[in-house]
Design a protein around this ligand. Structure first.
Ligand SMILES: [Zn+2]
Length: 234
């Protein structure tokens, strides 16, 4: 059960209305003294830990895990060192791709890995309350949401149901690339989409932008190569 859903705590609306300082106290109080320790305490260390985990994943030398170990501590609280804003694509599981165990990553996923209001609130909670040191916007090769957005922009068609909302949301970040001729259009859009959302998170007020400016948080971008499993910075 996550802190946001904890019936013994406040609702998310109430949590944010209470202010970040009060939130931190709420999170700490629920953890008592048995909370898990954070695996990385600086943005650079957190980023390095992610990339080292991905290197193990790519080489097939992932750490052996006993998922029951630490379960009692995790029931008392969480101290994830990194947040991932990733695509909903079934082929990319952040905990596997970065070789991390439960409690290590705070993951927000939506098809097209773009910032939504609720996703932003979740990432703010992860950084300001839970203490994540790095946020990675993680796109991937052959992204269906990117392909659909390119198709809709090129043909001017409207996708059915709420899928159309994905196109509307991703359009600003990739529209200029779609209008630029050249090879590898889809991959160029994957990168542009990551960069647009990375830039937004880096400057988003009042929480994330201030934490980035203070050096307490790093927002980075990358894409996951489906063929190799490698996470490539952009
Ligand atoms: Zn995707």
């Amino acid at each position: 059960m996550c802190n946001l859903c904890d019936p013994s705590g406040l609702s998310r609306r109430g949590l944010f209305a209470a202010g970040v300082g009060a939130l931190a106290l709420t999170a700490a109080a629920s953890g008592a003294s048995a909370q898990p320790a954070r695996s990385a305490e600086t943005p650079d260390a957190a980023y390095a830990r992610l990339m080292e985990g991905n290197a193990r994943y790519v080489s097939g030398k992932m750490n052996e895990r006993d998922f029951s170990a630490g379960r009692a501590a995790r029931a008392q609280g969480q101290a994830p060192f990194a947040a991932i804003l990733g695509c909903a694509d079934s082929r990319i599981a952040p905990e596997l791709a970065f070789d991390q165990g439960p409690g290590e990553l705070f993951v927000v996923r939506v098809a097209g890995n773009f910032v939504t209001p609720d996703g932003l609130g979740s990432l703010e909670y992860g950084a300001a309350v839970l203490g994540t040191k790095v946020i990675m916007v993680l796109g991937h090769t052959s992204c269906g949401a990117i392909g659909a957005t390119i198709g809709a922009l090129q043909k001017g068609n409207t996708l059915p149901g709420h899928i159309a909302g994905l196109v509307t949301a991703m359009k600003p970040g990739i529209e200029a690339v779609v209008k630029t001729p050249g090879p590898d259009l889809e991959q160029r859009c994957v990168v542009a989409n990551v960069q647009a959302n990375m830039r937004r998170l880096q400057t988003e007020k009042p929480i994330l932008g201030d934490m980035v400016a203070a050096g307490k948080l790093k927002v980075v971008g990358a894409y996951y190569d489906l063929a190799t499993g490698k996470v490539v910075p952009v």
